[in-house]
Design a protein around this ligand. Structure first.
Ligand SMILES: Cc1ncc(COP(=O)(O)O)c(C=O)c1O
Length: 373
């Protein structure tokens, strides 16, 4: 049996006709930039995120960059974020000329630890950029409280958490803006790159809409220096075809996660810990083990896909050496980077595949006592 980490062909097989028709519709219309498909997707993503406005952009990375630009963040500013994330989070901050300031994570959720945020605030801090990692939202109440007391913007990196909830509130709806990615491996993935920014602030959404198009209004008259951050209508059409399936897919991921949780109960791996006030969309099912190399080798020998998200904390990256962090500055993030391993959790997994993955993991880990979180 072969179990890839993600099987996009299996998903495509179930929706091929819808996707084909959607793409053909755009090609027939020859509306190649913007147009009704982008507008329809924006309206629908705003609705499922409980936000008033949404602006389609070219990727999750550009959603972050464009949001930071729209909020006027740049040289001389600091933005507080997590060191345990995909590079785009910290990279986007640095690209504006601002300084990413890393705050360690909580090892249960792998998300930024709100308790540590306040001590990182300086007169230069302009925003907090929490990342809802692996499908679970951050502990947003204390983050919003700190942001409000210090008059800071909150940019939610919800790239991995579209439709996830915190106390019934949707990812992307709590901060100043929320950023989504439609990278193909996300729960809602395009057939290429794509992203979206959601907000309840009308003026901000209007500024973002200009920035994604070189800041022009009207055409050839540039109010801001923006970029080409536009969402492609073919990608919007693909996403619209997939959108009606999103909740069912996320539900299947939750079922698979519950199955693994049950199988790994009392065994060595630390399974994902989802707070009782949150609903995760399990963009990844990430376990933590202290014999990771051995386990990876065993999984690969059994044709099971797995991946390390992420092997090196942001504060330890070569490109951020100038920031002056010691390798041990954020020990929980570094520990997570040494121990995490993502297992297949995609919706189309069969019962046999799930059983095979669980049994194969247990074969290399169950002789040991459970790890302590
Ligand atoms: C947490 C996080 N932030 C940002 C991004 C960037 O998104 P994209 O790949 O669409 O640029 C990703 C995904 O790749 C991500 O996982």
């Amino acid at each position: 049996m072969k179990v890839p980490l993600l099987d996009l062909k299996a998903q495509y097989a179930t929706i091929k006709n819808e996707v084909f028709a959607a793409v053909a519709g755009v090609l027939e219309s020859q509306v190649c930039i913007g147009g009704p498909k982008v507008a329809e997707l924006e309206q629908k993503i705003a609705a499922i995120s409980d936000c008033k406005y949404a602006v389609g952009v070219s990727s999750g990375t550009d959603a972050l960059l464009c949001s930071l630009m729209a909020l006027g963040i740049g040289a001389g500013n600091e933005v507080i974020t997590t060191p345990f994330t995909f590079f785009a989070t910290a990279g986007s901050i640095a690209r504006t000329g601002a300084t990413p300031v890393f705050v360690d994570i909580d090892l249960h959720s792998y998300n930024i630890d709100p308790v540590l945020i306040e001590q990182a605030i300086t007169p230069r801090t302009r925003a907090i950029l929490p990342v809802h990692l692996f499908g679970q939202m951050c502990d947003m109440d204390p983050i919003m409280d700190i942001a409000n007391r210090h008059a800071l913007y909150v940019i939610e990196d919800a790239a991995q958490s579209i439709t996830a909830t915190y106390k019934g509130r949707k990812a992307g709806s709590m901060g100043t803006v929320g950023c989504f990615s439609f990278f193909p491996s996300k729960n809602l993935g395009a057939a290429g790159d794509g992203g979206m920014i959601v907000t309840n602030d009308h003026d901000l959404s209007a500024k973002i809409a200009l920035l994604r198009n070189h800041g022009a209004k009207p055409k050839y008259f540039h109010k801001y220096v923006g970029g080409n951050f536009r969402l492609d209508p073919i990608q919007a059409a693909v996403l619209l075809a997939k959108l009606p399936h999103l909740d069912r897919w996320s539900e299947a991921r939750r079922r698979h996660a519950a199955y693994y949780d049950e199988r790994f109960k009392g065994a060595r791996p630390i399974t994902p810990i989802i707070a009782s006030d949150r609903i995760s969309i399990y963009n990844q099912y990430v376990i933590r083990v202290d014999n990771r190399e051995e386990l990876i080798e065993h999984l690969r020998a059994n044709n099971i896909g797995c991946e390390i998200y992420y092997p090196l904390s942001m504060h330890e990256q070569e490109c951020f050496r100038n920031l002056g962090y010691q390798p041990n500055a954020h020990p929980r993030s570094s520990k997570a980077a040494r121990e995490v391993l993502a297992l297949p959790v995609y919706p189309e997994l069969t019962a046999d595949q799930l059983d095979f993955v669980a049994s194969t993991v247990l074969a290399k880990t169950q002789a040991r006592a459970p790890m302590v979180t």
